[in-house]
Design a protein around this ligand. Structure first.
Ligand SMILES: [Zn+2]
Length: 101
């Protein structure tokens, strides 16, 4: 099995743009389900986690101004960075997404 075919994270393994509260809600839900079924684990270092525990994030908001978390696929060991600047939750374009690193 190649990394690209990993069942646990293949759909996280592309750059997912997050430009709106709706997209952020969907992304949080997708990652949360993987954390819950233990296909992915959070590897965020405390010092780099302005938004606390990922599982404490609300799916519906309100959210911190800046969200940044790191994850590792338990199956293939691929790592992901999830980062979103919400600009106080309104106005302007959000800058965020999920990417491999
Ligand atoms: Zn994987």
């Amino acid at each position: 099995m190649t990394v690209d075919e990993c069942e646990s994270c293949s759909d996280l393994g592309v750059v997912v743009e997050i430009r709106s509260p709706d997209e952020l809600s969907k992304a949080i839900r997708a990652i949360r389900s993987r954390l819950t079924d233990r296909s992915v684990e959070e590897i965020t270092q405390r010092a780099h986690s302005p938004s606390g525990e990922f599982l404490d994030l609300s799916e519906a908001g309100p959210w911190p101004d800046y969200i940044e978390h790191y994850f590792r696929c338990m199956r293939c060991n691929r790592r992901f960075r999830f980062a979103v600047d919400t600009y106080h939750g309104g106005g302007g374009d959000w800058d965020g997404g999920i990417e491999c690193y």
